[in-house]
Design a protein around this ligand. Structure first.
Ligand SMILES: [Fe+2]
Length: 294
């Protein structure tokens, strides 16, 4: 049985290598960005098969991120009420339509029957970026985990919502909104921070992860794709599902090479800030989004 599984895993990995090579070559010839295509191919395959290069780096002070490296996540201090309020204001002001309140926004958006909203970039606002990074004391943690100085890190900060819809779900651009279990492969070294901007209980689109799946992963789960809960429950050596619930301001840092997903809300709506930190060396060549230095 083990032999069949290992042959099957090898087949899946070879298939991924070929598919990503084909995509990478076509990107290179269409865009002329050969270096970007090379890094994209390298990141997708290296990270999915061997893991995040962050967290494995030998750093001087390893206590600060020990739990993050071991479990794949670590709780952070809570963002203040003022911090949450200023982010909600910025999010609402960035919308094309005018809304009286966040509840008004949720109620008007849910009728579209699309679960995930468009993202709002908040790191383009220097004051917001600086105040969040300093309030949560993120820079030493991120820098240690990535094993990089601040000038070699790119960051992205965005807010989006998950709505409790009432009708039949529609997809935006045929995208599944990352609401099935998956592992990220965004750059060679990366880490993400999540902050709830409303109270999130179970049924409010809570984020879920399989604890320690960043470290201990069978070969047949290493290729990029969406995986069912039942498949992971059966194949993961340590089965521990963590559901993130908490009041507005609750925040944590996560190595998103753990299996993770958002969930489709059935009780209430979610508004969340996601901060992504990437190594400049690989990400700068192929990411199209608007990144900011720290
Ligand atoms: Fe993800």
């Amino acid at each position: 049985m083990k032999k069949i599984l290992s042959k099957f895993s090898l087949f899946l990995i070879l298939q991924q290598l070929l598919n990503t090579l084909r995509q990478s070559l076509s990107m290179a010839f269409i865009n002329g960005n050969f270096l970007g295509s090379y890094y994209w191919f390298l990141v997708r395959n290296y990270v999915s098969i061997f893991g995040n290069l962050a967290g494995s780096a030998k750093t001087k002070n390893t206590n600060l991120t020990f739990k993050l490296r071991e479990d794949g996540f670590m709780e952070l201090s809570k963002l203040s009420e003022n911090g949450v309020a200023s982010l909600i204001d910025f999010f609402l002001e960035s919308q094309q339509e005018e809304y009286f309140s966040l509840q008004d926004y949720f109620d008007k958006q849910r009728v579209k029957n699309i679960v995930r909203s468009e993202e709002v970039d908040i790191f383009s606002n220097d004051d917001l970026r600086k105040s969040i990074l300093s309030e949560l004391n993120l820079l030493p943690i991120v820098s240690e985990f990535l094993g990089l100085p601040q000038n070699e890190i790119l960051a992205l900060g965005k807010i989006d919502a998950l709505f409790k819809i009432k009708g039949e779900r529609k997809l935006r651009k045929n995208y599944d909104d990352a609401l099935e279990f998956h592992r990220d492969a965004d750059s060679l070294r990366f880490v993400k921070v999540f902050i709830y901007l409303v109270d999130v209980n179970e049924g409010f689109g809570e984020h879920q992860i399989f604890v320690r799946s960043n470290k201990s992963l069978p070969w047949n789960l290493r290729t990029i794709g969406r995986y069912k809960y039942s498949t992971l429950k059966e194949r993961l050596p340590f089965f521990e599902l963590k559901k993130f619930v908490g009041k507005a301001g609750y925040s944590w840092i996560e190595d998103t090479t753990v299996f993770h997903r958002g969930t489709i809300p059935n009780s209430g709506d979610r508004l969340m800030l996601s901060l992504c930190f990437y190594d400049k060396k690989s990400a700068a060549h192929f990411h199209n989004e608007s990144h900011h230095p720290l």
